[in-house]
Write a protein that binds this ligand. Structure first.
Ligand SMILES: [Mn+2]
Length: 318
């Protein structure tokens, strides 16, 4: 099968690079560093890249500070692209794709456009970390504690702490195996889910005060502007999970979080509970994601963006 083919690429080559997407989340970082630590441990040369600065909350992961943001002048035998549905997600690091003999695309997004030489897209995987786990084990290798910390982080974040519907028995079996390496998973969970900075708490109070409700309180919209971030001494990453406060309201089916990127340009995060496929809404604005979690970029002033997104949600209401 294809994971054996990728395993043979690993066994037969020496120089590797790994890259994941812009605005990296726990899966992007955890799967990148999981594969990075593994390849290092079996004696390969490997560079890990990301087109953006990594959120500091992940700095406990082994290899965190090794991740490069700019290309070094090197030709690789093989480049792994992880958790990216298309190559535009690589930002300025898209150049990497021309710097290797083989490009391997490993992902779990249904919208993946199979841009590489070797493509492995498993839409049943809750996180790319699950696929990296399978890649390592199917090819007869062991998983170290360092690698396990990274893969666990990938899986636990992309499944929302094993709470989302993308969690399968396979997810839990893999997580169990990772825990058996002896990693301090309660500490990892605390860092990932139960830790806020002072800036984040200040920002949270501002963001929740923007709450607007529509359609009998079943659609919740909150937003953050660049001015609000500045007033709290916060950065964009500090707002990354705030969409959940919109979704978590008991009467809400769709939670919307609008984040100002620059004047006239907004990043919109969408979350749903049971009925609405928010990926279809995001795709109307050339975005993407999953049924219950998706995102897109929408242009206009704040009110225009809000109205465009609201109208699209109402169009999809069943
Ligand atoms: Mn992912």
């Amino acid at each position: 099968m294809i994971l054996n083919k990728i395993g043979n690429i690993i066994k037969q080559n020496n120089d590797f690079a790994i890259v994941s997407h812009l605005l990296p989340d726990g899966d992007a970082i955890g799967s990148t560093l999981g594969l990075y630590n593994f390849l290092n441990e079996i004696g390969k040369e490997v560079d890990a890249y990301n087109p953006d600065k990594l959120p500091l909350k992940f700095d406990f992961l082994p290899g965190f500070s090794d991740v490069k943001n700019t290309l070094i002048d090197k030709h690789y035998d093989c480049i792994f692209v992880l958790d990216c549905s298309d190559k535009e997600r690589l930002g300025h690091l898209v150049e990497l794709l021309n710097k290797a003999d083989v490009v391997v695309n490993i992902d779990h997004h249904i919208s993946n456009d199979l841009f590489a030489d070797v493509n492995y897209v498993d839409t049943n995987a809750g996180a790319v970390g699950e696929i990296i786990y399978n890649l390592i084990r199917i090819n007869g290798f062991e998983i170290s504690q360092k690698t396990a910390m990274c893969l666990y982080t990938s899986i636990v974040t992309d499944t929302g702490g094993f709470k989302y519907s993308n969690t399968t028995s396979m997810t839990l079996n893999i997580a169990g195996d990772l825990i058996n390496t002896g990693i301090d998973f309660p500490e990892i969970n605390r860092i990932l889910f139960d830790t806020l900075t002072v800036q984040q708490v200040k920002l949270l109070s501002k963001v929740t005060s923007t709450l607007e409700l529509y359609k009998d309180n079943s659609i919740a919209v909150i937003y953050v502007t660049k001015d609000m971030l500045e007033e709290c001494g916060a950065n964009e990453n500090d707002a990354s999970e705030m969409v959940n406060y919109a979704r978590d309201i008991d009467t809400v089916e769709v939670g919307v979080f609008i984040k100002e990127v620059e004047k006239g340009k907004y990043r919109v995060s969408l979350r749903s509970k049971n009925k609405i496929d928010v990926r279809m809404i995001a795709e109307k604005f050339n975005g993407g994601g999953h049924i219950r979690a998706a995102g897109c970029t929408v242009f206009g002033d704040l009110d225009e963006v809000k109205n465009k997104v609201l109208n699209e949600i109402l169009n999809h209401w069943k």
